[in-house]
Design a protein around this ligand. Sequence first.
Ligand SMILES: Nc1ncnc2c1ncn2[C@@H]1O[C@H](COP(=O)(O)OP(=O)(O)OP(=O)(O)O)[C@@H](O)[C@H]1O
Length: 368
Amino acid sequence: MAEISKEQILEALRAVEDPDLHRDIVTLGFVKDVRVCGGNVALRIELTTPACPVKDMLKLQVEKQVRALPGVEQVNIEMTAQVRSRPNPGELIPKVRHVIAVASGKGGVGKSTVAANIAIALAKTGAKVGLLDADIYGPSLPTMMGVRQRPLMKETPAGPKIVPVQAHGVLVMSLGFLLEPDKAVVWRGPMVASAVRQMLGDVLWGEQDYLVVDLPPGTGDAPLSLAQLVPLSGVLVVMTPQLVAQEIANKSVAMFRMLSQNRERPIPILGVVENMSGGPFGSGGAEVAAKQLGVPFLGRIPLDAAICAGGDSGVPVVIGAPESEAACAFYKIASSLAAQVSILQYAQDIEAATGDRTDSQQSMTTET
Ligand SMILES: Nc1ncnc2c1ncn2[C@@H]1O[C@H](COP(=O)(O)OP(=O)(O)OP(=O)(O)O)[C@@H](O)[C@H]1O
């Protein structure tokens, strides 16, 4: 029998579709290094994020398609990922591929907890992740991430730079490191802008797939500065099930939509998560709010004392109790978040190639 050709394999793989990007994996350019040796076929599937939620399903489908070809005896599939960069990453952090802001309408809804656990979960999948604590009212990430030491300075040709601290596989930088302990600071707009700029441009972030930024609650100067200084890949909004919290969170979404006006590209709301779900305020409220806002709902995180204890001890629940319901919720949300980033990135790539603006981006500009 004639040897199986690469073309036959690619043809068969056109039947495998990425459910998020709605294209087959050959058209998407995911199929790499196809090698055929007798009845043995080896190939590599390169996804757009290591946190891809459908990674295992795609691998199974690829295997099934290739095995069904006559003459194939053995199939070897390697799954890899390459996070694609935004076309214009900005000058301050040129090697950071995606900046994801974590926002909430009001304080205490668990925004920092979500930012920390999601950053670690993304890193656990194999992504390079930085975590920036820009919460001017109470930088809590050093405690949550178990970072006790202050970062070191390093002389570079561009002047002295801050070396972020590594914790749980994530590079951490916090506004808390720049402040003197126990000294109260009254933040004025230009100071906030300059602190945010310093934490981006004066920190040796290096090459990162995702930089997760924990914003202060509300609609103040920090989100504005961040959005002005770097192109944001999008915003994750944290809500609790209470109606009041949702109403305030809606303001946060409205603010990012307002910041999007007069921009070439709107700032996407990547999704909403419901934190402290199942507590005294029930559950499901944030999903309803997401629907009303026309943005993706990415999941619920239960109200769970282990989450709080993990934050206090510096060992977040995704590390301390990785099998728990809470940790699973964080891992699932991190995957969905990475998938949203990939979907939008893909839409931008198509737009750059064809000049067509897709529906997914247009829906981001819809006013509430
Ligand atoms: N799902 C949860 N279950 C139990 N406790 C939680 C949960 N999420 C957060 N917490 C706890 O709630 C408190 C507030 O959380 P966190 O500091 O993350 O909120 P925040 O929105 O970032 O607040 P801030 O306004 O100070 O930035 C912390 O003690 C945290 O450990």
